[in-house]
Design a protein around this ligand. Structure first.
Ligand code: ATP
Ligand code: MG
Length: 231
């Protein structure tokens, strides 16, 4: 399937619950995003930020209301096409017991070794990769056990960028990283923001400041919206 040439995403009066006997965790969520926009989702734990992302990625279906990409209801868009269009960096980063190169390319045939290295440089992952024994051939252990959390995050950024997706979704991790890695992560996010349409679940002030629009969620509802100056 081919990626959708992204123009607009619209959530309109979206309600969602994870099962029929549990309450709604999204209540009347509406927002619009245009190509090139940078949207930040903020709010307390459990407020529904990751759920919004999971719905957009079709990880869960069965919402009420409307979610449209370029005016087409999500239910009409095959999951394969969504996967081509959207690249998600989850809170819990999945690492394969394989090389750094594989963990960035994921074996996608369209992604050459050169693309892998360029993507890594774009998100400042090349600095630590170059220090690893074997560099891009270094074998990562299951769960990324032989990487720091920050390094795993930088690799997941490179992975997301490598695919040339139309939309990058970043569910920012909160885990503490050392200050140098933190600087790289902030620069990486700034670079991603400069080139892509992005939805970021944001914990860092730097991410929030670089956004065009911030949605503040509480208990499944958007309680405030605006840019950094307005809020
Ligand atoms: P955090 O900042 O901790 O990541 P969040 O804003 O991303 O929080 P969500 O993960 O979207 O919050 O969760 C919203 C609500 O949905 C919470 O009440 C949570 O307990 C519930 N929830 C999340 N995932 C599931 C699931 N897979 N099954 C059932 N309930 C879930
Ligand atoms: Mg979350």
């Amino acid at each position: 399937p081919e990626a959708i040439a992204l123009q607009e995403i619209e959530f309109k009066n979206v309600f969602f619950r994870y099962s029929e006997d549990t309450p709604d965790v999204l209540k009347d969520v509406s927002f619009k995003l245009q190509k090139g926009d940078r949207l930040a989702l903020v709010g307390t734990t459990g407020s529904g930020k990751s759920t919004i992302i999971r719905l957009l990625a079709k990880t869960y279906t069965g919402y009420r209301g409307s979610i449209k990409i370029n005016g087409i209801e999500l239910s009409e868009i095959p999951i394969g096409q969504i996967r081509e269009t959207i690249s998600i960096m989850q809170q819990d980063i999945y690492m394969f017991n394989d090389t750094v190169e594989f963990n960035i390319s994921l074996g996608r045939k369209s992604i050459s070794r050169n693309d892998v290295e360029q993507s890594a440089s774009f998100v400042y992952a090349n600095y630590f990769i170059d220090q690893l024994p074997g560099a891009y051939n270094f074998v990562i252990q299951d769960n990324g056990d032989n990487l720091s959390k920050g390094q795993a995050q930088l690799i997941s950024f490179a992975r997301a960028i490598a695919g040339n997706s139309e939309l990058i979704i970043l569910d920012e991790a909160t885990s503490a990283v050392d200050s140098i890695t933190e600087q790289y992560i902030q620069k990486a996010i700034a670079n991603i923001f400069s080139r892509k349409t992005v939805i970021a679940v944001a914990h860092r002030l730097s991410t929030i400041k670089n956004s065009d629009m911030i949605l503040v969620l509480e208990d499944g509802q958007i309680i405030e919206r605006g840019n950094h100056e307005q809020l």
